[in-house]
Write a protein that binds this ligand. Structure first.
Ligand code: NAD
Ligand code: UFG
Length: 340
């Protein structure tokens, strides 16, 4: 199949492009390079031996997008990663987030609706569940009031897609709600490239260990969990990438049971911040400099996935461990620092 991957030079997008190519699919990437670098194309090519087609294009630009589809009428499916994703920044720049995450989705759907094949995978997030009442979180858990404009763009995105599938029977949508993707490709040719000071735990850990940051702050150890730190469902990015390939193949084979479906993409296992640090120390063979500080505003105590629906219906299960993810994140950090 020929797949359009928007945001395909970004973190999860680039790993997905690799998995698609390795399954024999043809890929065309759209990215405006706002949070990625053109060198990612080389990384992908080094792994797969195939350079994917790339169009530098901003999805906010309707005119260019129309032109793109005019020249690409043979696309079998779209995986839509392109969006901005910094929770804190979204509070500062709500209008930018609604434009870059919501209007771009509308632009894309308007063009896609003119195509013969309308198979669509949407990047959603476990953030839609907020502070869930029950663990593990199933897809039926209630959607809570969004804690940030970023989180709201994911809720609105899902609603737009659900409403559109109701009136357009040709449109088939799968929304994947990722938990916490971490790690990098085991080849260390592609990985996460956070801009500025990382907000997320794993890049903060690896940047501290490499000497770029002095010390990791652990945000609170007075949560009602075993060691007092928050619990998340950390999943290797390659497992996340594979879920996209399976989900899109399923739509193309008309195996969906409804035109709008959602799936949790996690491991089903929760790990505390301290457990993540311990996993890092194990695989890197070094101690991490960290201290416990105040809680971070907006953090939920615990969030991990019930993955039964994805396991049974998509036929997908995560297979890589936390230690493997931390090993690959560390390999990647060492590689990018050496190159710089
Ligand atoms: P990323 O920033 O690494 O990748 C997004 C890519 O989209 C970047 O390459 C960026 O340049 C591109 N892009 C942004 N705006 C664009 C536009 N207007 N036109 C064209 N390209 C544009 O992010 P990621 O971590 O790979 O996340 C991918 C998707 O998954 C996003 O939608 C994100 O919200 C979602 N998500 C990510 C996580 C996570 O922890 N990384 C968790 C849940 C959901
Ligand atoms: N943490 C630290 N120190 C840090 C960074 C994080 O202790 O320097 C802790 C956090 O308090 C949290 C855990 O590590 O307990 C994970 O934090 P991340 O920022 O890595 O991940 P979150 O679960 O907070 O964020 C993720 C996605 C967001 C999404 C959010 C919704 O990255 O895109 O889930 O809950 F919006």
């Amino acid at each position: 199949m020929k797949v359009l991957v928007t945001g395909g030079l970004g973190y999860i997008g680039s790993h997905t492009v690799v998995e698609l190519q390795q399954e024999g699919h043809e890929v065309v990437i759209i990215d405006n390079l706002s949070n990625s670098s053109i060198e990612v194309l080389d990384g992908i090519t080094k792994i797969t031996g195939i350079q994917p087609e790339f169009e530098e294009l901003d999805l906010r630009d309707n005119f260019e997008l129309k032109d793109f589809f005019k020249h690409h009428q043979d696309i079998d499916g779209v995986i839509h990663f392109a969006a901005s994703k910094a929770v804190g920044e979204s509070v500062e720049k709500p209008l930018f987030y609604y434009q870059n995450n919501v209007s771009t989705l509308i632009n894309l759907l308007q063009e896609l609706q003119k195509q013969k094949q309308q198979n669509f995978i949407f990047s959603s997030s476990c953030t839609v569940y907020g502070e869930a009442d029950k663990m593990p979180i199933t897809e039926n858990a209630p959607i809570k009031l969004a804690q940030s404009p970023y989180g709201n763009t994911k809720q609105i995105g899902e609603e737009i897609l659900r409403d559109t599938t109701k009136i357009n029977n040709d449109l088939k949508v799968t929304a994947l709600r990722y938990f916490n993707p971490i790690g990098a490709h085991s080849s260390a040719h592609i990985g996460e490239l956070p801009q500025g000071v990382p907000q997320n735990l794993v890049p903060y850990i690896t940047q501290t260990a490499i000497g770029l940051r002095e010390q990791l702050s652990v945000f609170g150890n007075d949560y009602p969990t075993e060691d007092g730190t928050c619990i998340r469902d950390y999943i290797h990015v390659v497992d996340v990438a594979k879920a996209h390939v399976v989900a899109l193949e399923r739509l193309i084979k008309h195996q969906q049971t409804s035109n709008f479906e959602v799936f949790n993409i996690g491991t089903g296992k929760g790990s505390s911040v301290i457990e993540v640090i311990e996993a890092f120390e194990r695989v890197s063979n070094q101690k991490l400099n960290y201290k416990v500080v105040e809680r971070r505003a907006g953090d939920v105590t615990s969030a991990y996935a019930d993955t039964i629906k994805a396991n049974n219906i998509l036929g997908w299960t995560s297979s890589l461990t936390l230690d493997e993810a931390m090993r690959d994140a560390w390999q990647w950090e060492k590689k990018i620092r050496k190159n710089n």
